[in-house]
Write a protein that binds this ligand. Structure first.
Ligand code: NAG
Length: 211
């Protein structure tokens, strides 16, 4: 277990130093793979575990844990080996961008609530996600591929509204019994962000597996 932690730390530090200090160009594709296949999924898993420790709502509500929905307004494109590398990289980039501002929303809320450990894990996730966006940008510019312009994201208010309606539908159908406060909405929203990132990360991993 300890050795495993050390390994993860070494991978993280290697990945980190290569995107902060400028990796040689042959290193960036593997840096992206390490971040997306190992570093980010470990953080996402820890964050979800910690949400279950800290929030009774997540811990005790099966309908929420097995959430059947994903965040709205995600990039819906898929990568494939029959597409050009420039398209696959652009899709990976846009899928990562979908999470940049939501991770910040999640971090801000948990920090304000005083959940320091959870906030720290979320901040870490955000840091490595931002790093992956940077690496992806570099992979595209090095190859003279066009970098997609930043998309307009759904706002925090839109995402909260989506979550409120979803929870209300569960209550209306007697699937859960819950008073839907603003805190409940935000706790669920943060869980949904990480739950969705777990799935989307697999898609992103596919995008960068084509060389
Ligand atoms: C990630 O990038 C976003 C947008 O630039 C920024 O608001 C956020 O603070 C960054 N996250 C970290 C951990 O630096």
């Amino acid at each position: 277990m300890e050795a495993y932690k050390v390994l993860i730390a070494v991978i993280s530090i290697t990945a980190l130093s290569s995107f902060t200090h400028g990796a040689p160009s042959y290193g960036t594709a593997s840096t992206a793979e390490v971040l997306i296949n190992y570093v980010i999924p470990r953080r996402v898993e820890s964050a979800i575990q910690e949400m279950k420790n800290v929030h009774q709502l997540i811990k005790s509500t099966k309908y929420i844990q097995d959430s059947l929905v994903k965040m709205p307004n995600l990039n819906a494109q898929s990568c494939s080996s029959t597409q050009e590398l420039k398209d696959n990289l652009a899709i990976a980039y846009k899928k990562l961008l979908d999470f940049r501002s939501p991770l910040y929303m999640a971090f801000s809320y948990e920090e304000k609530q005083g959940h320091a450990h959870l906030a720290a894990i979320i901040k870490d996730t955000s840091y490595y996600l931002n790093g992956s966006i940077g690496v992806m940008q570099r992979l595209m510019t090095e190859r003279q591929f066009p970098v997609p312009s930043v998309q307009s994201h759904s706002s925090e208010a839109d995402l909260n509204q989506f979550c409120r309606e979803y929870l209300q539908a569960l209550v209306n159908n007697d699937l859960i019994s819950l008073v839907i406060t603003n805190d409940v909405v935000k706790i669920y929203r943060n869980y949904l962000i990480f739950y969705t990132l777990t799935a989307v990360n697999v898609e992103i991993s596919n995008c960068i597996s084509f060389k």
